[in-house]
Write a protein that binds this ligand. Structure first.
Ligand SMILES: C[S@@+](CC[C@H](N)C(=O)[O-])C[C@H]1O[C@@H](n2cnc3c(N)ncnc32)[C@H](O)[C@@H]1O
Length: 410
């Protein structure tokens, strides 16, 4: 279902142009040559082309600039009709290149001939999020159609979680399902759901606790379960490198005839390194072109740009903003914390203000409020120039290409 952007018909040429674009110095800078957390430390703003930053700074509201960047990505000319006046030609051309090279992200509308799948009542009542409900429904419909048209009766669902999709496929679509998840707790939940849907374990549905990491004998277990019949391999929100392991299973396990995978959490993708020779990217084509994506590119590459619209309540922006400001504060005060890049769990409440964020971070990093960090520091740093607002947002625009790249290399 991934279609190339309209101006491309050859996938290799598309992949080459995408890599070439991402390897241009400006792209490298924006997609993580400067880590998003270091945006202030490294003066990311000043390293952007001067005519762009001067134009953004000349606007009455930087939120307009942010909005302009987001709208510029829309492929539908109607949606970007109101370009801000005075935008430098070089920026317009650059945004146009991003738009032309980006894969479509429009809502997937399945064709009418794909028969509707009515989710079981028990599944509907268990799914609390409307978006998830729609995803399971679309996935079930697509898989049912693919299986019917290819005479496939068996489906392997990897990262099956609570079994929303697996139990739907087994109970409504008449498919035999192998549900695999690395978490015993998730499998227990899925087994309970299957029982209440009246599915017989080991017959209509089979559960397996297996952590998939490219090693182990899962391929042979799948072959044995399939008993010589062709299967479809699926994964809905297969986190990080799990999608890559599924692509490998697809290419290596003979009974797997079709693959339908929706990846997520690209920040959990393990990059290729001497200690992880099978890491990202997995395609030889990309490896030969020395493609590498930074942690920043992977983190922001899986975020929907529309979440970055000017919205004071948006946690997406504040999370990066506060972190970058805090990093700069610690850097300027000469405070170094243990480890290369400290991590701490952020709770929703921590993002209420820069003060609450800093206090929580200080606690986790073993810093003393009142001496290491004072209230004056917080007040001072909280007033950091809002131009970063655009800088960070802008880096997200570029992540669209990183996002495409993740898709295309799988
Ligand atoms: C985001 S959840 C999606 C669950 C389910 N597919 C859904 O859409 O509701 C990802 C699931 O994959 C499982 N998982 C993540 N990495 C895995 C791995 N390497 N091997 C097996 N399971 C994994 C997690 O335990 C979790 O249940």
């Amino acid at each position: 279902m991934v279609s190339l952007p309209t101006r491309y018909s050859d996938v290799s040429r598309y992949a080459d142009e995408l890599v070439a674009f991402l390897q241009e110095p400006l792209s490298v800078q924006i997609t993580g040559g400067i880590h998003v957390n270091d945006a202030f430390i490294s003066d990311a703003w000043d390293k952007l082309p001067a005519e762009w930053t001067q134009w953004w700074e000349s606007l009455t509201s930087l939120r307009d600039a942010q909005d302009d960047l987001i709208k510029s990505l829309h492929k539908d000319p109607e949606a970007r009709k109101v370009d801000l006046p005075g935008r430098p030609e070089s920026l317009t051309r650059w945004l146009e290149r991003i738009r032309n090279i980006s894969l479509d992200r429009d809502q997937l509308v399945l064709p009418r001939e794909m028969e509707h799948v009515e989710l079981p009542r028990a599944t509907i009542s268990r799914i609390k999020v409307t978006k998830k409900l729609a995803e399971v429904q679309v996935a079930a419909r697509f898989i049912q159609h693919t299986c019917r048209t290819n005479n496939i009766k068996r489906v392997i669902d990897i990262g099956s979680g609570q079994g929303y999709l697996a139990t739907t496929l087994a109970s409504v679509c008449g498919l035999r399902v192998l549900a695999v998840d690395g978490s015993a707790k998730q499998i227990d939940g899925s087994k309970a759901a299957a029982r209440s849907a009246g599915l017989a374990e080991g017959k209509e549905i089979t559960h397996l606790v297996r952590f998939v990491d490219g090693s182990g004998s899962l391929g042979s277990e799948i072959q044995a379960w399939a008993g010589g019949e062709p299967c479809l391999l699926t994964g809905l929100h297969a986190c990080g490198s799990l999608s890559e392991h599924m692509v490998r299973l697809f290419t290596r396990v003979p009974c797997i005839a079709r693959l339908t995978v929706v990846g997520c959490c690209y920040n959990h993708i393990t990059p290729r390194s001497p200690s992880c020779p099978n890491g990202f990217p997995i395609s030889q084509h990309m490896r030969r072109r020395n493609l590498a994506l930074s942690a920043s590119a992977l983190v922001t590459g899986c975020q929907a740009p529309t979440n970055w619209v000017p919205n004071p309540d948006s946690r997406f922006v504040r999370k990066y903003w506060y972190r970058a400001v805090l990093e700069k504060m610690l850097y300027d005060k000469g405070i170094s914390t243990a480890g290369a890049r400290p991590v701490w769990g952020i709770r929703t409440g921590d993002l209420e203000s820069f003060e609450s964020y800093t206090k929580r971070a200080a606690g986790s990093l073993g810093l003393k409020m009142g001496s290491d960090i004072t209230d004056e520091d917080i007040g001072l740093w909280n007033r950091l120039s809002p131009s970063t607002d655009v800088s960070i947002c802008r880096s997200t625009r570029r992540q669209m290409s990183a996002y495409c790249l993740c898709l295309i290399t799988r």
